[in-house]
Ligand binder design. Structure first.
Ligand SMILES: Cc1cc2nc3c(=O)[nH]c(=O)nc-3n(C[C@H](O)[C@H](O)[C@H](O)COP(=O)(O)OP(=O)(O)OC[C@H]3O[C@@H](n4cnc5c(N)ncnc54)[C@H](O)[C@@H]3O)c2cc1C
Length: 390
């Protein structure tokens, strides 16, 4: 056996022995996801065990160097681990923006002090991060953001507001975009800063949604002092840092089909309905599943290209767009196929998987907005990938 085959076989053996059975079932609701940080909670003993076992191997961040708390795996080993987890249906042990998005950027451009302060705690799931980008008048047009940071001695004083901050009420730290030069052209006056949510002057208010549940918050800054050393990537260089981070966000979202988000075995759920439904429905479902399969193959091809050090930058927008639109269309189809059985996210008289279809149908709609709406991805693809004129 080659080295990588030996590694793969060992990983499989370990996963078979150490990934508890209940952690090998699909997650059908975001409430079943574990997020690290000081507010961490587990729904079962098996969930806690799985979290701790993966953490102790450094496999929350398998590809990061060991000195920063990662697993020290090579890209090929990391991919083998991902594939083996996928093959066994293992759940992600934790979901943390720190690991997915901020960590890779810190690794690339952080100072040694910043890396040592944040990466090991992130890799142990001790700190939960939230993203402070969007503002009431700066969503798609993010560069219009107005939250101001003014240098005062060795700290920036921050005033302003963020919105749609997912889990802002449970986060320990935020990475945020702030305006450090109000005179400069929009994109050139922005800095990327790391701030402790316990800092005096930070107020977090959950946003109530019609469902009664919400992961969204508004975050207000009232003279919040943040050490100047917490700027990542240089003062007024934040736009470039944000673009790097959004690339990682989109790449992470494009891997949702690999167990990165709540999902269902669509065919198993659809099968009883397809027996009764006509050939048109079967054809549509087959099309959706083929799209899903083709997408998985494209992810594999991209991974191989990345391993071969080919340039895959910019492709994350294509993958994010296709993945989120496909997932949304798949659940739309399932929901239509099930008729009124697929219309209740909770309540008596509906089977668990029927409720899950409805929840996921609603949830996947948000995927096409979060991380930059589909229209914005199309704009990015036109400019960055195809080089079309603006
Ligand atoms: C589930 C979810 C989680 C989120 N979490 C966070 C978070 O943690 N932190 C954070 O900072 N933000 C978060 N957001 C906010 C998200 O980044 C914004 O919602 C998104 O960027 C769109 O901005 P907007 O809501 O202001 O919509 P708008 O920018 O007002 O867009 C409205 C519509 O107009 C279209 N549009 C806008 N401009 C153009 C254009 N130039 N060309 C073509 N069409 C255009 C858009 O595509 C969209 O359909 C989250 C959003 C969702 C749905």
């Amino acid at each position: 056996m080659t080295e990588i085959e030996t590694f793969r076989a060992e990983v499989r053996q370990w996963l078979e022995a150490d990934c508890p059975p209940s952690m090998r079932t699909p997650i059908t609701s975001s409430e079943e996801m574990v997020s690290g940080g000081s507010h961490i909670s587990f729904r079962s003993e098996e969930q806690r065990l799985w979290f701790e076992r993966m953490r102790d191997r450094g496999w929350f961040a398998p590809g990061w160097p060991k000195v920063y708390g990662g697993g020290g795996l090579s890209p090929r080993e990391q991919r083998a681990l991902e594939q083996e987890m996928l093959a066994l249906g293992c759940r992600q042990p934790q979901y943390n923006l720190g690991i997915w998005m901020l960590g890779p950027v810190l690794l690339e451009i952080g100072t040694e002090e910043q890396k040592l302060e944040h990466l090991p705690r992130m890799a142990r799931g001790e700190v939960r991060w939230c993203q402070g980008f969007s503002e009431p008048n700066a969503g798609s047009d993010l560069a219009s953001l107005r939250t101001a940071a003014v240098l005062d001695g060795d700290a920036y004083v921050i005033n302003g507001q963020k919105i749609w901050t997912s889990h802002g009420d449970k986060a320990d730290w935020m990475y945020a975009l702030v305006r450090t030069d109000p005179q400069a052209k929009k994109q050139l006056g922005i800095s990327f800063i790391l701030l402790d949510m316990k800092s005096p002057g930070v107020t977090v208010r959950p946003i109530e949604l019609i469902s009664g549940k919400s992961e969204f918050c508004e975050v207000f800054f009232d003279n919040v002092r943040v050490p100047a050393k917490n700027v990542l990537g240089g003062v007024n260089q934040g736009w470039g840092v944000a673009k790097k981070l959004l690339d990682h966000e989109r790449a992470a979202m494009s891997k949702f089909s690999e167990g990165g988000a709540p999902s269902l075995d669509a065919l198993a759920v659809a099968a009883p309905y397809l027996v009764e439904a006509g050939p048109v429905w079967r054809d549509r479902m087959a099309g959706a599943l083929m799209d899903q399969h083709a997408f998985a193959l494209s992810v594999r091809r991209l991974n191989e290209m990345a391993l071969a050090r080919e340039d895959v930058a910019g492709l994350s927008s294509i993958m994010k767009l296709v993945q989120t639109e496909q997932e949304s269309a798949k659940y739309e189809l399932l929901q239509q196929l099930m008729g009124q059985r697929g219309l209740s996210p909770e309540g008596e008289g509906f089977a668990a998987e029927e409720q899950a279809v409805c929840r996921l149908w609603l949830y996947t709609k948000s995927y096409t907005i979060a991380g930059g709406a589909s229209e914005i991805q199309l704009n990015i693809i036109a400019r960055r990938v195809l080089g079309l004129p603006t």
